[in-house]
Design a protein around this ligand. Structure first.
Ligand SMILES: C[S@@+](CC[C@H](N)C(=O)[O-])C[C@H]1O[C@@H](n2cnc3c(N)ncnc32)[C@H](O)[C@@H]1O
Length: 139
């Protein structure tokens, strides 16, 4: 699941104060643009993959209604981390794992803010790894 058009517009949570006291995002909306074809080629050995192209949260409606065992979130920005985490939390299989790739990122503060807001709301513990990734195991 990816826009393949890049990160899109940042929210205020995705910005940091610069030396002049202005809030700025450290990325551009088009950063990480790619294409489904690039991913399909790279994952050629896995013919059963499904690629869902579009913006989160809208593209979440495109996913099959099912239980998930493993979810890896790597969307950098506040809104897609918030809305993906909310979506998958209620659809995880017992013992399922959700990883936030950008939890410890110095470039993408919104990924941590969204994750911590939802963890606090649901009283969820997590593990933070040396890589900066964080993971929730859903009971
Ligand atoms: C750092 S890249 C990671 C891509 C991939 N996981 C990888 O490791 O190559 C972040 C990705 O999040 C996607 N993204 C960011 N915000 C999004 C949103 N609201 N909806 C869909 N995709 C989004 C971007 O298009 C980009 O491909």
């Amino acid at each position: 699941m990816d826009s393949f058009e890049g990160l899109g517009s940042p929210s205020s949570e995705d910005t940091l104060l610069d030396d002049a006291g202005e809030r700025r995002a450290l990325s551009l909306p088009t950063n990480f643009e790619s294409s489904p074809e690039v991913v399909r080629t790279a994952l050629n050995d896995f013919p059963d993959i499904s690629i869902h192209t579009g913006w989160i949260p809208e593209i979440l409606d495109d996913l099959p209604e099912r239980k998930w065992d493993f979810v890896h979130l790597d969307t950098d920005h506040y809104v897609p981390v918030r809305d993906s985490l909310a979506y998958f939390l209620s659809r995880m299989a017992p013992g399922g794992v959700i990883v936030n790739d950008d939890y410890g990122s110095n470039f993408f503060p919104g990924a941590r803010i969204a994750w911590d807001e939802i963890r606090a709301r649901h009283g969820l513990a997590h593990e933070v790894f040396e890589t900066g990734q964080a993971a929730i195991i859903v009971e």
